[in-house]
Design a protein around this ligand. Structure first.
Ligand code: UDP
Length: 457
């Protein structure tokens, strides 16, 4: 526990999330850890994103909003993601200033802003107000390191080398780098935002990453030399799936989609380790051809499968694919952690979003990787070659995963000696993840160090 010996008003953190599901999830879980240690937390994100959230926040955490300049329709209103970023960067800083002033007027002045690292301008606002500024990286540090090296000019875009060598990391081929290195021409502003995370980071009082030391020791050690206040504080998933420290908060979440949790009942009568869980997160769209290949790959495996196909994707499914068949169930959203924790689950076919990776590692579920966008290819590289907890499905020249390749990977994971080893590795990682987040573990100690610093302000 943190040392809260002096009777005083609890320190107040404003936790500012980027308006994506994969960002607010871990930042909410981190907020809960802070609240558990006696810190007051206000969670904030953009107005449009909040409007569309199903909120189930603990009473101890209040929700506030800032404007991204697209309050009515989010990214759609801006016309493109690039245009959205530009608008957000123009409007966001002043809107954050307004929020800080409003909270101060209400008698709730903010002592510290913990901002999503994408929103690097929030650090400048914190410094203007003379309060603590903490950057929170939702991506793994290996991925962050790649963008840092672009910012330093040590990786040039476009990448023309066959391989990229970075300190404390395996050699990376172009297909292992974040997708923006392939699409840099149309994704210039996104790359700029990602490299911009480091533009003022030397002014940050703390730099947090939703990862654990044991996963990436070399990269963490290397990173801490550059930012001495860099700390791993993950995995930020509900603690009931780890060590049950924050029992009272266990069901709280914020989601864009309504869960179809009858899938948990569907799992109930399936044999242990028999079901393939398939989900590609909250954002990545697949085209019809890719969905068809995945659909038939799953059907041809002749195994049980539970597949999350978001409502916006459902019409792209092959016409002969029904929501419920003899072997398969398709839902539009589920409580992923409950599913991964279920003993019927054998493996996780995933797009390798960082939260999904951390969740699989935390629950000891082996993975089959189908990365598509952003940081996912780099995560897939680590899954297969560094942590050895999964297999990456090959892609063809159209960058499509074919049904027979998916089927082969399922067979390899479920039936081969290599698959057995991967399952053993996954269980070992589970133990390390839990230990890191438990009392006295590497991440827990870092959270306590931060909380103590807030109490001694
Ligand atoms: N998720 C969920 N239900 C689903 C699919 C995903 O609760 O049916 C959650 C998942 O547990 C994770 C988040 O949504 O916390 C997705 O984040 P991730 O980083 O994996 O991918 P993104 O959505 O950012 O691409």
């Amino acid at each position: 526990m943190a040392e809260k010996t002096i009777a005083r008003k609890p320190p107040h953190c404003l936790v500012l999330s980027y308006p994506f599901q994969g960002h607010i999830n871990p930042m909410l879980q981190f907020s809960k850890l802070l609240v558990h240690e006696g810190v007051k937390v206000t969670l904030a994100t953009t107005r449009f994103f909040i409007k569309n959230l199903h909120n189930n926040l603990p009473p101890s955490i209040s929700l506030e909003s800032i404007s991204d300049g697209c309050d009515n329709d989010g990214i759609q209103e801006a016309g493109s993601y690039n245009a959205y970023i530009q608008r957000f960067w123009q409007v966001g800083p002043q809107s954050l200033v307004d929020l800080l002033e409003k909270l101060a007027k209400l008698g709730n002045p903010v002592d510290c802003i913990i901002y999503n690292s994408f929103l690097s301008w929030a650090l400048d606002v914190a410094k203007r107000f003379g309060i603590v500024g903490a950057s929170y990286f939702t991506h793994n540090m290996a991925v962050n390191s790649i963008f840092y090296h672009v910012q330093l000019g040590k990786i040039k875009v476009p990448v023309i080398e066959d391989e990229v060598s970075l300190p404390s990391m395996p050699k990376l081929q172009l297909g292992d780098l974040p997708s923006f290195f392939l699409t840099y021409e149309e994704d210039g502003p996104v790359l700029e935002m990602l490299t911009g995370q480091f533009s003022n980071l030397d002014k940050a009082d703390w730099v947090f990453c939703n990862a654990i030391y044991e996963l990436d020791k070399e990269v963490v050690d290397w990173t801490t030399k550059i930012w001495p206040k860099y700390r791993t504080i993950g995995p930020n998933i509900p603690s009931k799936f780890l060590d049950k420290r924050v029992k009272e908060d266990e069901e709280y979440d914020v989601t864009q989609f309504k869960s179809e949790d009858y899938c948990i009942e569907w799992l109930a009568d399936k044999p242990k380790g028999s079901v393939i869980y398939v989900s590609f997160g909250s954002m990545v769209p697949f085209d019809e051809e890719q969905l068809r290949e995945i659909a038939y790959g799953l059907r041809n495996s002749d195994r049980y499968f539970l597949w999350v196909v978001r409502a916006s994707e459902e019409t792209k499914l092959p016409k002969d694919f029904v929501k419920k068949s003899e072997k398969g169930l398709i839902v539009t959203w589920c409580s992923q952690l409950k599913v991964l924790a279920h003993e019927a689950i054998a493996c996780f076919v995933t797009h390798c979003g960082w939260n999904s990776v951390l969740e699989a590692l935390s629950l000891g579920v082996p993975t089959i990787a189908i990365p598509k966008w952003a940081d996912q290819s780099t995560n897939a590289k680590y899954i297969e070659d560094v942590w050895k907890v999964g297999i990456r499905v090959p892609i063809d020249e159209k960058r499509i995963v074919r049904r027979e390749d998916l089927n082969n990977c399922i067979k390899e994971l479920m039936e081969s000696e290599k698959g057995e080893e991967i399952k053993r590795n996954a269980i070992e990682w589970r133990t390390l993840m839990t230990r890191a987040a438990s009392e006295g573990g590497s991440s827990h100690k870092n959270v306590i160090e931060f909380v103590n610093s807030l109490f001694s302000l």
